[in-house]
Design a protein around this ligand. Structure first.
Ligand code: ZN
Ligand code: ZN
Length: 479
């Protein structure tokens, strides 16, 4: 989640549409106090998931722990949904509106790290929570339970639904859950992501598609019978060359990367099998569609010109995030009410040590207690939340679970995420999402206005369609 400004995408004026406060202050104070009272318990849940550090689609213990929390709170849990053993949906209540809260819990390979302000792995080369998803899943669970208690205490109509979404890091878990129809009746989705700041902004990111291009030719002795051979490696090189020439003739926000994953075994044998993995990104999926088609054509052209054949297998494909200014202003108002994180002397000392290891941190120490001003920008990252945001009006927030200036996917993020700094940031997120969901249940005009903006931004004839053409999730992609 690197935040480099690429382009301004200002939507409809934020201040002009600022929603009004509809909920009683005292009742909301009570809801927030109830969450505070469970802070240590939730910190314990997050710490366990941090220790499990399970990779995408292998999150058995993490998923089971969150399910048991939700079940104990009275939710009905359906697990193993969308052909994914660790995916689940927990529901409480009935009828409309249906508000979804999303929680992730997968870790990253190679980022094992102790909760210390210097680099020291728990297990060398092992996995670690470098994206804070242990906090993500736990805060979202806490919010869903708090909303359920509020609905129940007031005997209010409506459904609160928690989505346990595995394998965000490259597994596109949510895309399969969307394809299974699990979000079809949802009116709005409330979510967040751990970060180095407190912020709610109409931030978008990059849609991406990646695929294996596998070429098959004919092997022969490279010196004695080269005329009998057709080189699959030539095809990979020809494809790469065409794609590299293409860079000059695509919109400048485009990103294209590749790695050659197979290129033959010995220089004296003409390779009959070679493979390149291509990954392309652009801020809008609809533009990316056209770029991707040209990349496929480069592969077809390479096969034709080298006398080989080509197969393509899509690995992942996610949309850019579609922001919703109306929901942003609603969630921002709630974040301002909740406020940021205040460090203890011990946490401050930890943060100061971490800061010494960071390269040019953008935000100063102390900013963790503030809410950042609104920004409308595009970040160079991709997430399967993008697909959710094109199917259902969606809002996210960032909460300061890491020391200001920390980048996602770093050992510093794993370290802070394993301390009380992470737990404090997590509670900011849980409280903010709870208040936003309560707003959505309380005043139907919020959903109506969010939906109007959603329809306008998607365009009249838009139907969400996943770009992932795999029949089944790649459950073994991290094995
Ligand atoms: Zn990540
Ligand atoms: Zn993440």
């Amino acid at each position: 989640m690197r935040t480099v400004v690429l382009a301004l995408m200002l939507g409809s004026g934020l201040s002009a549409q600022a929603p009004s406060v509809q909920t009683g202050t005292q009742a909301m104070d009570q809801v927030l106090r109830a969450l505070d009272a469970k802070r240590d318990a939730y910190a314990g849940v997050a710490n366990q998931i941090w220790s499990f550090a399970e990779l995408g689609y292998q999150e058995e213990k993490s998923s089971a722990l969150l399910q048991s929390e939700l079940r104990a709170a009275g939710f009905t849990v359906k697990s193993g949904v969308a052909d994914i053993p660790t995916a689940f949906v927990a529901t409480w209540g009935s009828g409309k509106p249906v508000i979804g809260i999303v929680g992730e819990f997968d870790a990253l390979p190679g980022l094992s790290q102790k909760a210390l302000p210097h680099r020291e792995a728990v297990l060398d080369g092992g996995p670690g929570h470098g994206c804070g998803h242990h906090l993500f899943g736990t805060a979202s669970t806490a919010a869903a339970i708090a909303v359920k208690q509020w609905l129940e205490s007031g005997r209010r109509a409506g459904t609160i639904r928690f989505y346990g979404t595995p394998a965000e890091e490259g597994g596109s878990g949510k895309v399969y859950m969307l394809r299974a129809g699990l979000f079809d009746d949802v009116d709005a989705v409330v979510s967040w992501h751990p970060g180095d700041r407190n912020d709610v902004s109409p931030v978008s990111n990059l849609a991406n598609v990646s695929a294996r291009f596998r070429f098959r030719g004919i092997s022969a002795h490279a010196a004695a019978a080269p005329d009998k051979a057709r080189s699959a490696l030539d095809a990979v090189e020809a494809m790469n060359h065409m794609v590299n020439l293409m860079r000059e003739h695509v919109p400048q926000e485009t990103r294209i990367h590749y790695v050659i994953t197979q290129g033959g075994k010995a220089a004296n044998v003409v390779p009959d099998l070679a493979e390149v993995v291509m990954l392309a990104r652009h801020p809008d999926m609809r533009t990316l569609d056209g770029i991707w088609e040209r990349i496929i054509n480069a592969g077809k052209g390479a096969a034709l010109g080298t006398g080989t054949t080509m197969e393509m297998e899509v690995i992942s494909a996610v949309y850019n995030v579609l922001p919703n200014d109306y929901l942003v202003s609603l969630q921002r108002k709630n974040l301002q009410r909740v406020g940021g994180v205040t460090y203890s002397a011990e946490e401050r000392a930890f943060a100061e040590s971490i800061r010494k290891t960071l390269t040019e941190p953008m935000l100063p120490l102390g900013s963790e207690s503030q809410v950042q001003p609104v920004r409308a920008e595009i970040t160079y990252a991709s997430t399967d939340m993008g697909d959710v945001s094109w199917r259902v009006p969606t809002v996210q927030l960032s909460a300061a679970t890491w020391v200001p200036g920390t980048s996602a996917h770093s050992w510093q993020a794993v370290a802070a995420g394993g301390t009380s700094i992470g737990a404090k940031g997590m509670m900011v997120a849980a409280k903010t999402m709870t208040l936003t969901a309560i707003d959505l249940f309380t005043d139907p005009s919020h959903i109506k206005k969010a939906r109007e903006e959603f329809d306008r931004r998607r365009g009249a004839n838009f139907t969400y369609q996943s770009r992932l053409d795999r029949a089944k999730p790649a459950l073994d992609y991290r094995k």
